[in-house]
Design a protein around this ligand. Structure first.
Ligand code: WT7
Length: 653
């Protein structure tokens, strides 16, 4: 493990194990081990089978093209339309089936059947065409969780244009940077979003971003709150005006299987976010297959993934996977604790949710809010639970099963990444024994290995690097405009094998226990943030000489952002400056990146080669024994920082 990697947490509790309930197993989509064995023996044949879930306009001639590895291509020669797969092909049999039960934070609702959604996507596709968007076009999307968000994404997909969705918690500056990098010509946004009873100034932030991105000639604005916003005639247009003026007729054209569907920016271990590129046929195959198999989807399920579409979880398991499978989903706009701490359970019971997919950070928050919140609602229809985004601690796992899953629902702990596009490691709920804290094994058609520094597999029970040793259809294709960084980040360390960036241990049964990131990436409330990105934001404040950022463990958010800052001469490290620096980070990146604590220190612990020893700062923050500090160039600084640890805890919100 690298020096700066996180402390390895041992998540295994008492070794509890749960077999699937007999009735669940008997009715499950996959309940026969031979299916998995066959896929393991011939992954490509498995994925070809999975691709046949979709409607192809032209069949592929080659399933996996590895001539130019690691620039793998899937389903070469095949053509399909993503939106037609998510909408048109369901119309005959499921036209009146609800695609999305949407609920706004204030309590307003919208019900979209497949027919409704199809018509709205067709209209908006026509509107986008009029704005000059066509095959290969680039559209940025910066919205809250409103129905127009999936509509906008699907309209892009229908046209063969790529979208980049920027999470609404990012700042205008961050949005501007991403729009320029992406080369967007259109931005789709909304006036304001609702969150916890307050409004989020999305259009206000977008205005700032648009000033920085002159290539964006049109901005389309959804009217959500009808709050006051600035308007630039000629550039800004209302979504509803465009939609109303457009025809609901639109014939989807076939697109190449490798047509870019979207890029999604994610934090890496440098200051610059990476644009993860996903394409069409392989991506939709991966998300449709895993959504059906991992969640054991049935036609009458009411499925709810309570993530935000601004992250990969929402792309794959709110929009593309469920719609490709013709599922009925719930989509909620607002904060989970608004107006009461039982909002989620109220929604789940009213819509009769049968499958619920949450992040451990949310589960831990619900635990804190108390058992009485879910107990007041009828959650008896829930038959399967999912977890995603970070390791789930066994205590939260057990609480989730008992209080949300009625003591019986299987929990699928799903490990995957923005880069993988779809779930990679997860139990199959009708087949596998569940162990709280373990994500189980790789899904059919996938291969993982745990390697040591030397590139050889480590023995069972030992920690090592998680790699994927066979390509898969929904894998990222490259980093936008940066093939070199794609290769160096994922493929150079162990040639031919995809380096996931997570530490992992395999137990004697072959089950995987994820151990956290091995790079300078933090996981705060399931959101991926780079320590270095936040450090650069801090350093760019006039008072700051140097900054080091770490993720220290936090009982609710998994990791919390802790910053250590040395000031330039003449600046005083007081409460006012702490507030100013936190705001500064919010402007540069977004409120989600605000450090929870900031400690001023005369110096930072560095190795003799000048590298900041983040491990040591983490140990200080978590009050651990500091261990060996002999590689430090400036040993005395440790004592100084330890002393300020108290101050740090005091400075927290
Ligand atoms: C990182 C990817 C996958 C969608 C949400 C996050 C961590 C994710 C798990 C899990 C342990 C997990 C990993 C991974 N992670 N799921 N079930 N158990 N860790 O996507 O922002 O690309 O982050 O999240 O560290 O590398 P992302």
């Amino acid at each position: 493990m690298s020096e700066s990697g996180p402390a390895i947490r041992n998540l295994q509790a008492d070794g509890a194990q749960y077999s699937p309930p007999a009735a669940f197993a008997a009715a499950a989509r996959i309940h026969d081990r031979s299916v998995v064995e066959q896929a393991d023996a011939d992954p490509i044949a498995w994925w070809e089978d999975q691709a046949r879930r979709l409607a192809w306009d032209t069949p592929w001639t080659r399933a996996l093209d590895d001539d130019d590895a690691p620039f793998y291509r899937w389903f070469t020669g095949g053509t399909l339309n993503i939106a037609a797969n998510c909408l048109d092909r369901h119309l005959a049999e499921r036209g009146d089936k609800v695609a999305i039960h949407w609920e706004g934070e204030p309590g307003d609702t919208v019900t979209l059947t497949y027919r409704d959604l199809h018509a709205r996507v067709c209209r908006f596709a026509n509107a986008l065409t009029d704005l000059g968007v066509g095959v290969g076009g680039r559209v940025a999307i910066y919205m809250g969780m409103v129905p127009e968000l999936p509509i906008a994404m699907l309209a892009c997909a229908r046209l063969g244009a790529a979208h980049t969705v920027v999470f609404g918690g990012f700042s205008g500056e961050a949005l501007g940077e991403r729009m320029v990098d992406f080369g967007a010509s259109v931005l789709i946004t909304q006036d304001e979003g609702w969150r916890g009873g307050k409004t989020i100034p999305l259009k206000g932030n977008a205005d700032e971003a648009l000033d920085r991105a002159p290539g964006v000639r049109h901005s389309v604005v959804v009217c959500r709150t009808d709050g006051d916003i600035n308007w630039t005639p000629g550039r800004d247009q209302w979504f509803h005006d465009l939609e109303a003026a457009a025809s609901p007729e639109h014939v989807a054209q076939p697109m190449d299987a490798e047509q870019m569907l979207f890029a999604l920016y994610t934090s890496g271990s440098t200051g610059k976010p990476k644009g993860i590129v996903h394409t069409s046929g392989g991506y939709l195959t991966g998300v449709a297959s895993t959504h059906a198999n991992v969640f054991d989807l049935r036609d009458d399920d009411v499925y709810w993934c309570a993530a935000d579409i601004g992250w990969i979880t929402g792309h794959s398991y709110i929009v593309y996977g469920p719609l490709a499978n013709g599922a009925t989903s719930v989509m909620y706009e607002g904060a989970p604790g608004y107006p009461g701490q039982d909002r989620l359970w109220d929604i789940a019971s009213r819509y009769g949710v049968t499958i619920l997919y949450l992040a451990p950070t949310a589960i831990r928050m619900f635990m804190k809010w108390g058992d009485q919140e879910p107990a007041g609602h009828d959650l008896s229809r829930i038959r399967l639970l999912g977890s995603v985004g970070e390791p789930i601690n066994p205590e939260a796992w057990e609480w989730y099963r008992t209080h949300i899953g009625g003591g019986a629902a299987p929990i699928v702990d799903t490990w995957w990444q923005t880069e993988t596009g779809s779930i990679i490691v997860s139990p199959l709920p009708g087949l596998d024994t569940l162990k709280p804290g373990s994500a189980g094994k790789t899904l059919p058609g996938l291969r993982a290995e745990i390697l040591g520094e030397d590139g050889n597999p480590v023995p069972a029970g030992e920690g090592g690097y998680l790699v994927l040793s066979h390509p898969w259809p929904s894998m990222l294709r490259t980093l936008l405009d940066d093939d070199e960084r794609y290769v160096s980040t994922y493929w150079d360390r162990f040639p031919g094998k995809y380096l996931a960036g997570d530490g992992c241990r395999q137990d004697a049964d072959g089950d995987l226990w994820l151990l956290g990131r091995i790079d300078d990436v933090m996981n705060v409330s399931g959101h991926r943030l780079s320590t270095i990105e936040i450090e650069s934001a801090l350093v760019d404040h006039p008072a700051v000489a140097e900054a080091a950022v770490i993720g220290r463990s936090d009982p609710v958010t998994g990791e919390a952002i802790a910053a250590f800052v040395t000031l330039r001469d003449g600046f005083e490290g007081d409460a006012i400056l702490i507030a100013e620096l936190r705001d500064h980070v919010a402007i540069r990146i977004g409120a989600i990146a605000k450090p929870k604590s900031i400690v001023f220190t005369p110096d930072l612990p560095k190795t003799r080669s000048g590298k900041i020893m983040r491990r040591l700062l983490r140990d200080v923050s978590e009050q651990r024994n500091l261990g060996d500090v002999t590689t430090l160039a400036n040993e005395e600084v440790v004592a100084a920082i330890s002393e300020t640890a108290e101050t740090m805890r005091a400075s927290e919100d």
